[in-house]
Design a protein around this ligand. Structure first.
Ligand code: FES
Ligand code: FES
Length: 161
């Protein structure tokens, strides 16, 4: 199959890639770019494990073709950390014990990141709505919700994140 040349910015770095028209974005991120923090659960848009941010919005990488990301600005869980400093959401998920097996965590955090970009001061209902598409088999959702709410004040202080 003829390859298509695309360019995308991922975590601040520009990548020029030749991809197949049928390549999924999740595979390009994980296999071609080595960004395995983005997880695949269902592969069909149901679990949220593959959530990344594109142009500031939460997107399911398993449902998107890589060619559709031509020209996009993508943020994955690897791009949140600044050097050795974790993002405030990452810190909150740890301090609130919102991580158990951790498989859903990158997707949860990226969904939360997009939510806080749009709604810097969400109430609990809004946080629950923001995480509604992210399934977790371990935590029962209470702790992730608490973690996002705990991050809100710090997030405001670090609006550049
Ligand atoms: S792996 Fe994408 S939604 Fe489940
Ligand atoms: S922490 Fe295990 S699936 Fe969410």
């Amino acid at each position: 199959m003829k390859k298509i040349e695309i360019q995308m910015t991922v975590n601040g770095d520009i990548f020029e890639l030749a991809v197949s028209p049928t390549d999924r974005l999740i595979d390009t991120l994980r296999q071609d770019l080595g960004l395995t923090g983005t997880k695949e659960g269902c592969g069909e848009g149901e679990c949220g494990a593959c959530t990344i941010n594109i142009d500031g919005k939460a997107v399911l990488a398993c449902l998107m073709l890589t060619v559709q990301a031509d020209g996009a600005t993508i943020l994955t869980i690897e791009g949140l950390q600044k050097g050795r400093k974790l993002h405030v959401l990452q810190e909150s998920f740890i301090s609130e014990s919102a991580v158990q097996c951790g498989y859903c965590t990158p997707g949860m955090i990226m969904a939360s990141h997009a939510l806080l970009k749009q709604h810097p001061q969400p109430d609990e209902d809004l946080v629950r709505q923001g995480l509604a598409n992210n399934l977790c088999r371990c935590t029962g959702y209470e702790r992730p919700v608490k973690a996002v709410l705990a991050a809100v004040d710090n997030y405001k202080e670090r609006a550049d994140d």
